[in-house]
Ligand binder design. Structure first.
Ligand SMILES: NC(=O)c1ccc[n+]([C@@H]2O[C@H](COP(=O)([O-])OP(=O)(O)OC[C@H]3O[C@@H](n4cnc5c(N)ncnc54)[C@H](OP(=O)(O)O)[C@@H]3O)[C@@H](O)[C@H]2O)c1
Length: 247
């Protein structure tokens, strides 16, 4: 299961996982995009390897619909849930748009927590530990580890998911579920526009530290994490453009 798969990192993860042999349930709010992605993956594979569930992934009903779709379409519980959907927000506690705080916190923090909860409940219901790998991979951010004054409100949501991921790892690791935190630096995607970063500022940063990461770079790391043998857990991966000095 991959949330936030209508663009950027989530779409790249879905594509990379299918290329590695997985079957996926993809989600995002833009129905046309996720339906087209699933249709495209199915057409390329010549069989059903993808299904889509459109909707807001901070809604427990949508999360449960994804689990149900996995069962109905593939006859199985998910082995891998990627908690990816999220959005940025330009500015600090002083300068960011307060009108956008609640939507961001609902998606990035509460939505992530709900998905982690439902995924962990599903993965720990039955099945012997280490029988086969089960993964919850959470997309955090470098700014959820190192404070960035230019996006500290957004960063606070990523500090939150980092804490949730490590807490959940301690809870369900003994039951054979690997909870992994991936912390990307700058990745070129729709993220910068949605966050409201000034295009001139983005250009200046990308010119200085580029080439920045492509979504496929993060996707490869996710697939690598999931492909480890069941007794091996890469519990945190920070992935930055080589020339990114800060944060
Ligand atoms: N780009 C970066 O530099 C960067 C760095 C570190 C971490 N990250 C993190 O990586 C993740 C993916 O970001 P990205 O760079 O791929 O950004 P993106 O290109 O803007 O993609 C974000 C995805 O999340 C989906 N989404 C947003 N809110 C949602 C909601 N409430 N319910 C369901 N889907 C939702 C969007 O689709 P819809 O609009 O169709 O719902 C879209 O598919 C985010 O968690 C982000 O914080 C990004």
């Amino acid at each position: 299961m991959v949330t936030g798969a209508s663009a950027g990192i989530g779409e790249a993860i879905a594509r990379d996982l299918v290329a590695a042999g997985a079957r996926v349930v993809v989600n995002a709010r833009r129905a046309e995009r996720v339906n087209t992605l699933a249709a495209d993956l199915n057409q390329q594979a010549g069989r059903t390897v993808a299904a889509s569930v459109a909707g807001d992934c901070s809604d427990t009903g949508v999360i449960r619909a994804m689990l149900e779709t996995a069962r109905r379409t593939f006859g199985t519980r998910p082995d891998l849930v990627v908690v990816n959907a999220g959005r940025g927000l330009d500015g600090s506690v002083l300068t960011s748009d307060t009108e956008q705080w609640e939507e961001m916190i609902r998606t990035n923090h509460i939505g992530a927590a709900r998905l982690m909860r439902e995924a962990a409940l599903e993965m720990t219901a039955g099945g012997k530990p280490l029988e086969r790998p089960r993964d919850i991979i959470v997309i955090g951010s470098v700014v959820g580890r190192h404070v960035s004054p230019f996006s500290s409100m957004y960063g606070s949501t990523k500090f939150a998911v980092g804490g949730l991921a490590e807490g959940l790892r301690r809870e369900v690791g003994p039951k054979g579920v690997r909870v992994t935190l991936v912390l990307p630096g700058f990745v070129v995607s729709e993220f910068q526009g949605v966050a409201g970063y000034r295009p001139e500022w983005v250009k200046q940063v990308f010119d200085r530290i580029g080439p920045v990461l492509e979504p496929a770079d993060v996707a490869r790391a996710v697939t690598f994490i999931a492909q480890q043998p069941p007794h091996v857990h890469l519990s945190e991966v920070m992935i930055r453009p080589t020339r990114q000095d800060y944060p």
